[in-house]
Ligand binder design. Sequence first.
Ligand SMILES: [Zn+2]
Ligand SMILES: [Zn+2]
Length: 436
Amino acid sequence: MPISIIHGRVIDPSQQLDRVCNLRIEAGKITEIGGEAREGDDIFDATGKIVAPGLIDMHVHLREPGREEDETIQTGTLAALHGGFTSVACCPNTVPPIDSQATVEFVQQQALRGGNCNVFVLCCISKNREGKELAELGQLFESGAVACTDDGSPVEDAELTRRAFEYCLMFDKPLLSHAEVTSLTNGAVMHEGKVALQLGLRGMSVAAEDVMVAQDITLAGITGGRLHVMHVSTEGAVGLIRRAKSRGIRVTAEVTPHHLTLTDESLKTYNANFKMSPPLRSQDHVDACIEGLRDGTIDVIASDHAPHATEKKMRELDQAPFGIIGLETMLPVVSTKLVRTGILDWSAVIAKMSTNPARILGLAKGTLQVGADADVTVIDPEKRWTVRAEDFHSKSKNSPYIGWELTGKAVAVFVGGQRKMSWNDQSNQSLRSYEQ
Ligand SMILES: [Zn+2]
Ligand SMILES: [Zn+2]
């Protein structure tokens, strides 16, 4: 049955569209913008809501295969739907890592079986993520991997990175870099600075990020390859990326909600839900990331959703693993802390959470143009709610935002024209779909 989403504020940065109108979906595609609903259409009333191209989180850890105690493709993609995402790109630091065609296909099949959102696979740069030998990038891209990364670890060997860029260039794929010089971060728990000194904890120097971003940019420059810097967290990195862009080097960048909203002061709680890599920095770095986001240096907001089972995060701060979940809080945190404060408008947010990630990964997504896949996210910008651990759909609960009161939430998600998530006010929880 055709669906008409009526009376919503349709915002689509891919066609500079921002106006109240109807959107019609038929046979999985967008078929009309600005027309009238027809008799027999399934009507979704989006009055007071934003209707956006389906949101895309280009940096997510789904943990399957190998770490199903933390997350599965099924639970991770369900969390994605509830966060308003119609597509995610998943990182290859699984067990085994995604460095073979068979593993790429396994993930694709599990995602299909899950039937939640679209999953795009990121493959390893190096075999077994060891940073020593290139993975079979050509084969991996041919089997559907949309980009490569050794995320979780950097590729520190400059010659290996240079050759990876050369391969990526042949297939027009970006290389996604987790930028870190590990000799500067070994054994460290948090950002190196005043707070680490007070707490007596070993800190990670900003140089660990800045030096590797400089190396990656240099190698992108000489090869002509496309670099995407993941989870930018330092003033230095933002400056390097800004300058590289102005010189015409093909570099894009992302920042996470936590690096925009939290600082190393949070570690004074000794709560491991504030422990991640790169670490929460001091306010001057947060401000630089916000400025980079505002002036277009940073193209994307991504969650770096990194689930860890509760018992792992309950360990002492220096023993607990790095990372936090983010799929279900990213849009609300951005809405509350960046939109409502006037830092970004909704059009910019949607560009950074849909249009830009689609462009960087080469996906035919991130648009509501007639003929496009009907991936649509409906956002209630005024919805007030409180983050509670028991409401997460993710298998893990390691969020620094538990207890926060937020304003703004995705209330319905359509993937390929099928309604996969809708928020139910009566029960104060979201229900899956009306066809199930
Ligand atoms: Zn990383
Ligand atoms: Zn990551």
